[in-house]
Design a protein around this ligand. Structure first.
Ligand code: AMP
Length: 216
């Protein structure tokens, strides 16, 4: 199964992708995570992407599509893929069709997480993750059970994304509205789009997604 999770920054794509990984052994393909890893490692791609990401603008289509192709090549043919934060432009959507076709895969569902943009700024600016296992938390909505200790792995190291500040978030949302939302009609024409209320409780969002992917 190959699924795209679509929605503006902070809609909950990463959280829901993690849950699908845990429940179904699928692979999360997050171009944002791949780019952050490249920045951290100081690779040529990372050096090119760093400033663009800090501004909240989009990295080039060629770079992200190449990352997706490489990641798919490292997976077994039967392992499901969850595309999180990709595609983000019409050119990326076209590239993904080719990338999937070349590997004998096809898109099963595009799930759009619908959200209220004003609430997103609060959601994004308070979020942080475990530096060891990546589990997501939030200052206001999802603190670890024991303060300062990760629920999942016990680590006491946490991190925040440098682009999770209000100015950059506004740019990221404008990019979403201008370049990413317009790709939905491509998938609507294929009858594979489903919409989920991303403002609902995290568990309810998961239930809604499970219903979509088990409905065939
Ligand atoms: P994300 O973690 O998905 O919010 O992505 C963080 C940042 O990485 C974005 O603001 C972009 O600068 C860059 N990025 C991630 N995925 C893509 C993509 N598919 N196309 C272009 N830029 C991307």
């Amino acid at each position: 199964m190959n699924i795209i999770l679509l929605g503006p920054p902070g809609a909950g794509k990463g959280t829901q992708a993690q849950r699908l990984v845990d429940a179904h052994g699928m692979r999360q393909l997050s171009t944002g995570d791949m780019l952050r890893a490249a920045v951290k490692a100081g690779t040529p791609v990372g050096l090119q992407a760093k400033a663009v990401m800090e501004r909240g603008e989009l990295v080039s289509d060629e770079i992200v599509s190449a990352l997706i192709g490489e990641e798919l090549d490292s997976m077994g043919p039967d392992m499901g893929a969850i595309f999180d934060g990709y595609p983000r432009t019409a050119a990326q959507a076209e590239a993904l069709d080719d990338i999937l076709a070349a590997r004998g895969r096809k898109l099963d569902h595009v799930i759009e997480l619908e959200v209220d943009e004003d609430a997103l700024v609060e959601r994004i600016c308070g979020r942080f993750t475990c530096a060891n296992c990546g589990k997501g938390y939030h200052d206001k909505f999802a603190q670890p059970r024991i303060p300062g200790v990760c629920d999942k792995c016990g680590s006491t190291e946490f991190k925040r994304r440098p682009d999770d500040n209000e100015d950059t978030v506004r740019t990221r949302m404008a990019e979403y509205r201008a370049k990413t939302a317009p790709i939905l009609p491509i998938y609507e024409a294929r009858g594979i789009v489903a919409r989920v209320n991303g403002m609902a409780d995290i568990d309810d969002v998961t239930t809604a997604i499970e219903r979509i992917i088990t409905s065939g």
